[in-house]
Design a protein around this ligand. Structure first.
Ligand SMILES: Cc1ncc(COP(=O)(O)O)c(C=O)c1O
Length: 385
């Protein structure tokens, strides 16, 4: 039997974690591959959920679109974090994570042979979702400043192009796209009647005075922009599978066909936890951001001491994406780091060919001491080469 998914690469983290499994048992194993901020949800929110554990409503479906109380909280959250208004009745859907939101949007937009323009390096699941539909992810490189260029995007548009994807703050580079760049790409989408899918999973994770700018805050583009969010990172809820999608009323009402078929609704317990966590979000996340900012400072200053690493300092996420001087095979490098230093990083090549020669280091789950230890090990590793 042949399967229609055979042309798609296997999920890279799953595959690499399989290789790393035997090292992961060791006491000295350092995992810098995992894309989470390394904390569990706010305790008071978990307690509030626990108090409801025997309530029958927790064990059954919610409306397909998600609990209305949660959608109302999401509307307040996107107003604070993303700077736009969305109607909880008609423009917000709660999904089983950002990935489900994105895959659903792609299902609605792309058919076989059609394409979405994807700035590269890219988050690999974005490309996999497009390929699952028989569509083409047409990747365009970001510039040396790690911002996409409207001109480069424009040159990739053809009559089969259906949408442009922006992921800001970016996985894997951490780049926060400037308002100017985002506005130029919004204009391009409006001129060419394209959708703009804006994956804003890391909207809250910005540092050093950076501001997240959402393309949906452009009132003239509300019909063309789909904004995707996740509570996996900032609320520490990766295991609960809750995210959301914001789109125009007509997009959302059409989206409900996908939602009902693929998920029916996001996990009810997860939605209640998200609701409780969002009520306490500002203080909780601000405190975690202060912790992450400290880790970022340690990591960036330690990277400067290692000649082989060429970092570009970006202001979003807990990812670092340095180029490695002279490296042409990042997968081999990642495997050697695993074997020689018992530490796991992601090879840049899993984020597209322009990611080759880089590694992605996730410091989210680490303590300050573990960040120091990670760079001690990398210093040793590269000094032997
Ligand atoms: C850019 C981006 N979008 C979406 C996701 C997935 O989020 P979720 O756990 O909400 O599906 C990730 C996870 O790493 C991500 O990096």
């Amino acid at each position: 039997m042949r399967f229609r998914t055979e042309h798609i690469m296997p999920p890279p983290i799953v595959e690499l974690l399989e290789v790393a499994k035997s090292w992961a048992q060791r006491d000295d194993f350092l995992n810098l591959g995992q894309g989470t901020a390394g904390y569990i949800p706010c305790r008071d929110a978990v307690r509030a959920l626990a108090e409801q554990i025997w309530n029958p409503r927790l064990h059954t479906y919610t409306p397909d679109q998600g609990l209305i109380e949660l959608r109302e909280e999401v509307a307040l959250y996107v107003r604070r974090t993303h700077g736009f208004d969305a109607d909880p009745q008609t423009e917000i859907v709660i999904t089983a994570g950002g990935n489900q939101a994105f895959a659903g949007a792609v299902l609605m937009l792309v058919g076989p042979g059609e394409n979405i323009i994807v700035p590269e390096p890219y988050y690999f699941n974005s490309v996999m979702a497009i390929q699952l539909t028989g569509g083409i992810a047409r990747s365009v490189p970001v510039g040396p400043n790690l911002q996409p260029s409207a001109e480069v995007v424009r040159s990739a548009i053809d009559d089969k192009t259906r949408a442009v994807l922006l992921v800001s703050p970016n996985n894997p580079t951490g780049s926060v796209y400037s308002q100017h760049v985002v506005d130029e790409i919004v204009d391009l989408c409006l001129e060419n009647d394209l959708m703009l899918i804006s994956d804003e999973t890391y909207a809250r994770l910005v540092f050093e005075g950076a501001r997240h700018y959402s393309p949906r805050s452009r009132r003239d583009a509300e019909d063309n922009v789909i904004s995707i969010g996740s509570f996996s990172k900032d609320l520490g809820m990766a295991g609960w599978r809750v995210g959301f999608l914001v789109g125009s009323e007509s997009f959302v009402s059409e989206y409900m066909k996908v939602q009902d078929t693929v998920a029916i609704c996001a996990s009810t317990a997860g939605q209640i936890l998200a609701l409780e966590a969002l009520k306490r979000e500002e203080q909780f996340v601000d405190r975690e951001l202060a912790r992450l900012a400290r880790l970022r400072n340690i990591a960036y200053s330690r990277m400067e001491e290692i000649d082989a690493l060429e970092p570009i300092r970006t202001r979003g996420t807990f990812y670092l994406f340095p180029a490695i001087r002279g490296c042409t095979d990042s997968r081999e490098l990642a495997l050697n780091l695993l074997k020689e230093e018992s530490m796991f990083v992601l090879p840049g090549s899993v984020f597209g060919s322009t990611g080759e020669g880089h590694i992605r280091i996730s410091i989210g789950p680490l303590t300050p001491d573990a960040v120091e230890e990670a760079f001690d090990r990398m210093g040793r590793f590269f000094s032997r080469r």
